[in-house]
Design a protein around this ligand. Structure first.
Ligand code: PMP
Length: 351
């Protein structure tokens, strides 16, 4: 606290990101990265961008990247907004779409950046508890509000909602923006992007950090009808008209264009997830049904904290949240089969 701080800064509760250790031999399963790395075509495109053109500003409209995204999803290029990671895209959506006199509704438990943004932007929040089985009951969202945001699949539970349920939610709130954060959708969920054709209140947010293994590049995007996208553009151009540098634009476009790499790598993650789920259940864990690139699991006899500590002592890093209802759980990112074998071997020594 300092006399120079504004009242907003004094009340912030900043998001705390997972640890990014420098220790080489650690098996890093704590921040939901994808172990396989980006498409070789994306790496080549980024190298070419470095060699080529960094003395020039990037294209402020990121047109080539937006065209790739539009082609991939079968939407119009004007229906695509890109930003520096989906966190930034979400921040733009919070500023652009949320009413300050009505609450933003989202699940409790969910991605912890949402409450952080609400404090930063002075938005009222209304958190709706998950059911006992950690699923979202959309009947609870039938209430007056300014907007709704939810991740599908939810984080950190990994539990997904069927598309029909998302459509019912969007259709029931024609006058409120509904933001569906699909950071993990490519690992088994059904995307709501096709619904943006039909519903003008739906904004779907994606990231290249997970299924395209480009967390370090910081690229995310949103898809929705023109008026919603224009709102995000207005915020962007009032903040930073060059959010994506030339390397990011080139690498992200090449990654989106390489469908083969995308399908192969996400398929591997899904296969390993199913194997890890089975192995943990065999050892007495409760593992929530995941459609993401991580599993959320607890053991009846060993606390989440003790498990996380024991795994760390064995050079395996996982995420433990101190939050009351989920403090028994570990969130474990799906790594390579070899990394997951080491995880299971370490678990066997502890439980
Ligand atoms: N949404 C959810 C639900 C997430 O878990 C994450 C990753 N922490 C993000 C958005 C942000 O991803 P990025 O900024 O890397 O695109």
């Amino acid at each position: 606290m300092s006399k120079f701080w504004s009242p907003i800064v004094a009340t912030l509760k900043p998001y705390v990101a997972g640890e990014q250790p420098r220790i080489q031999n650690l098996i890093k399963l704590n921040t939901n990265e994808n172990p396989y790395g980006p498409s070789p075509k994306a790496i080549a495109a980024m190298q070419a961008a470095v060699a080529d053109s960094l003395k020039l500003y990037p294209d402020p409209s990121a047109l080539a990247l937006r065209q790739s995204i539009a082609r991939f999803h079968g939407v119009d290029v004007d229906e695509v907004f890109v930003g520096n990671g989906s966190d930034e895209v979400l921040a733009h959506a919070f500023v652009a779409l949320l009413k300050h006199d009505k609450p933003l509704v989202y699940p409790d438990i969910t991605y912890s950046f949402y409450p952080t943004y609400c404090r930063l932007f002075g938005i009222q929040a209304e958190e709706i508890a998950l059911k006992d089985d950690f699923t979202i009951d959309l009947a609870d969202y039938d209430r007056p509000c300014g907007a709704i945001i939810l991740p599908n699949p939810n984080a950190p539970t990994g539990i997904g909602l069927p598309l029909a349920a998302i459509e019912a939610l969007v259709a029931a709130h024609p006058d409120q923006p509904v933001v569906v954060d699909e950071a993990y959708i490519d690992f088994g969920g059904e995307s709501a992007i096709p619904l943006t054709r039909k519903y003008d209140n739906l904004l779907v947010v994606h990231t290249l950090s997970k299924s395209r293994s480009l967390a370090g590049l910081r690229v995310g995007y949103a898809i929705g009808q023109r008026p919603l996208i224009d709102a995000l553009e207005r915020v962007k151009d009032s903040f930073n008209s060059y959010p994506l540098d030339r390397i990011a634009q080139a690498g992200a476009a090449a990654a989106i264009d390489d469908r083969e790499w995308f399908d192969e790598m996400r398929g591997k993650v899904i296969d390993t997830r199913e194997r890890v789920t089975g192995a943990l259940r065999q050892r007495g864990f409760e593992v929530l049904p995941s459609q993401a690139n991580f599993v959320f699991a607890r053991h009846p006899a060993v606390s989440g904290e003790a498990l996380a500590r024991g795994l760390r002592e064995r050079a395996v890093l996982v995420r433990h949240f101190a939050k009351p209802r989920i403090s028994d759980f570990l969130r474990i990112t799906i790594g390579t089969p070899e990394e997951c074998d080491r995880l299971i071997a370490a678990v066997e020594e502890i439980v």
